[in-house]
Ligand binder design. Structure first.
Ligand code: GAL
Length: 665
């Protein structure tokens, strides 16, 4: 076993042997192998089966499951079962249950019923992790670990328990050292919020009116660090007892409750769970887009996460040895958790898998092997029907396996010329005090990211650090609400073109308006001052001179003499400003405006771009170029081929089609 990236990309599946009779397991394993599946994730919810009575382990069934899977040369990803503490444990330690922001205990009966800060529960997690790692840590079929399952899912990161309260007070005391320093930093003179000591501070919940944003941002930072610590407890134990085996965690889509870069620093493999149609239904929030992309998913949403988690996968071992997977991929069938769960269009499942491989995923692992006939997820499709016979997903695995035999993309370990900054702290700030009701850091980043994709650019999504921007030609920071000083410094030393969006540099780290007004220290790069933010309902966009608009909000900017105004509002105020290599947008542009700004910045940075047909997207993968059609009509893509040759697919790209160009051989 090795911590290094795999030499070839392949398929996986999530499997729950404990849900099915043992005499079926050999057939399952054989069918998996026959479909070309290499990796099987097991165990992540099986605590009650592994330890039916406190301290009494039953390894026998898992031993046999390992044996059966190994007999077909399947490689096992073993999950620690800490997302599902068993009933006996909860009854022994009822105060481990999480408490919601409404002050109510969130009880047993589903999953994730624990508080990250509870020391007793942490000790139990350490105990079961150690027992598992001692038992299976050097099993020849064990290929990787997964810690827990989807940290924070079902809104469980922010915990309002006595355990969280006491840990938060300690954390604050460490950060501020004196209560006066905290009072000053938070501005507690406002509304008589001053504290006399750290023990007077409560968790930010249940107040009559808005809570203090400084209190809230510190709570978010604290809660994020609790997740990091919780995960690290497990990774340290696993490394001790299972050396050489990579450790992963499966992150989620549009989920920002903790800093994923920080958790990833303790992982070899950053993985995520991709459910394109669930996200379209639940996360996009725009009926027109939901209708337009029904059955295929948003063309940039999942891609965004591939690019984000690829960076996460490099946090521990760097670019060369970075690794990322899709740990759970929606099968080509309906889910159970959207408000509505349409069937994927023919070909959509295949498109999803190739989009991930093209972005460098080592493994795309389907959720789940067999649709259950019982309990919560019986309406969630699997690769097999509940009766154990193949469903469409099983056939899809065979199809992709055959394609992988002739076409192997590479795990991407090169840097893109273009980086876009995504920052958890800025996301939290934008949630705590949104500029407008529909604005967030993520929303702004996704809009710019989509504009880059529409120009055919493969993008890296990175944190605001000097290391992450080194060697880039274009750095896009659509809404870096708080720009850390070290990052301002790195930007000022960079030769890259910098395209900053509105609300960048709007807050200091303790959530106040920066001295000298926004954008704070970024004024060293562009001599502008934010004097006012105006927000409006969607029916009243701000017209620009060129016919485009600012949608939702715009800023009133005063500019120094070295700043040139590139574009103006119809009313004459500056809309786009530039000084040297830095361009600043003083409002949230509509799609046409985004395209124009991104393309101008690409030109300035001398990064070639293309004007893609609508709903077509491309991705560079080493010498290969993949082309995807998320639209509803067939599209002639011959103009995109240049002097390359066709490696897969056709030049007439049907809806959900995938084509690959490569060097002429
Ligand atoms: C994920 C989760 C899985 C399963 C799946 C259903 O969020 O990790 O256990 O519930 O969703 O789509």
């Amino acid at each position: 076993m090795s911590l290094k990236p795999l030499s070839r990309q392949t398929l996986g599946v999530c499997y729950y042997p404990e849900h099915w009779p043992e005499d079926r397991w050999p057939q399952d394993a054989r069918m998996m192998a026959e479909a070309g599946i290499d990796f099987v994730r097991i165990g992540e919810f099986a605590w009650s089966q592994l330890e039916p009575e406190p301290g009494e382990f039953d390894w026998s069934w898992l031993d046999r499951a390992f044996e059966v899977l190994a007999s077909e040369n399947l490689k096992i990803v073993l999950g620690t079962p800490t997302a599902t503490p068993p009933k006996w444990l909860v009854d022994r330690m009822p105060d481990m249950l999480p408490i919601g922001p409404d002050g109510k205990v969130r009880g047993f009966g589903s999953r994730r019923h624990y508080c990250f800060s509870h020391e007793g529960y942490r000790a139990e997690c350490a105990r079961i992790t150690k027992a598992l790692a001692e038992r299976y840590g050097d099993h020849p079929a064990l290929a990787a670990w997964q810690t827990d399952n989807e940290y924070g899912c079902h809104r469980t990161t922010l915990s309002y328990t006595p355990a969280a309260l006491s840990a938060f007070r300690d954390w604050l005391a460490q950060q501020y050292q004196s209560i006066d320093a905290l009072n000053r930093s938070w501005g507690n003179v406002f509304w008589s919020m001053e504290y006399r000591n750290f023990d007077e501070i409560e968790l930010p919940m249940g107040a009559v009116a808005q809570l203090n944003p400084s209190h809230l941002i510190d709570f978010r930072r604290f809660a994020s660090q609790e997740v990091v610590a919780f995960n690290r407890l497990q990774t340290e134990i696993i490394r001790r007892h299972s050396p050489g085996r990579p450790i992963s965690h499966n992150f989620m889509g549009k989920f920002f409750e903790f800093d994923h870069y920080a958790v990833s620093a303790d992982l070899e493999i950053a993985a995520w769970d991709a459910y394109p149609l669930g996200f379209l239904d639940r996360e996009i929030g725009d009926l027109d887009l939901m209708q337009r992309y029904m059955g295929v998913g948003h063309p940039d949403f999942d891609a965004f996460h591939h690019d984000l988690y690829r960076t996460c996968g490099q946090m521990r071992h760097g670019l060369e040895d970075g690794r990322w997977w899709v740990m759970e991929q929606q099968p080509p069938g309906p889910l159970n958790w959207g408000a509505f769960n349409p069937e994927p269009k023919p070909g959509a499942g295949r498109l999803w898998v190739w989009e991930a491989f093209a972005a460098g995923a080592e493994v795309v692992s389907f959720f789940r092997w067999r649709q259950p006939s019982f309990a919560q997820e019986q309406m969630h499709e699997g690769l097999l029907l509940p009766d154990g016979t193949p469903n469409q997903g099983y056939e899809l695995c065979k199809e992709i396996t055959a394609e992988l035999e002739t076409l192997q993309p590479a795990p991407v370990n090169t840097r893109s010329d273009v980086a876009i900054i995504f920052d958890y702290d800025s996301q939290w700030m934008s949630e705590i005090m949104p500029v407008a009701a529909d604005a967030s850091h993520f929303d702004s980043v996704l809009r710019s990211y989509a504009a880059l994709r529409r120009a055919g650019i493969s993008v890296d999504i990175v944190p605001p650090t000097a290391e992450a921007i080194a060697g880039r030609k274009l750095i896009v920071m659509p809404m870096l609400v708080h720009c850390p000083e070290a990052f301002t410094q790195a930007l000022s030393e960079s030769d890259a073109v910098i395209l900053a969006g509105p609300w960048t540099g709007a807050k200091s780290s303790n959530f106040t308006i920066p001295e000298g007004l926004p954008p704070g220290t970024l004024r060293n790069l562009i001599d502008i001052t934010l004097r006012r933010v105006e927000t409006r309902r969607p029916f009243a966009p701000f017209a620009l001179e060129d016919g485009n608009t600012f949608a939702g909000w715009r800023e009133d900017i005063a500019a120094g003499e070295d700043v040139s105004v590139l574009e103006r509002l119809e009313t004459g105020e500056p809309a786009v400003l530039r000084q040297g290599n830095m361009i600043y947008l003083a409002g949230r542009g509509d799609d046409a405006m985004q395209d124009k700004q991104i393309r101008r910045a690409l030109d300035l940075a001398k990064v070639p771009w293309i004007d893609l047909p609508e709903d077509v997207r491309v991705r560079k993968n080493g010498p290969l170029t993949f082309v995807f059609n998320y639209g509803q009509g067939t599209c002639d893509i011959s103009s995109l081929m240049g002097n390359q040759s066709l490696k897969m697919g056709t030049l007439n790209l049907v809806p959900c089609g995938v084509t690959c160009f490569g060097p002429a051989s």
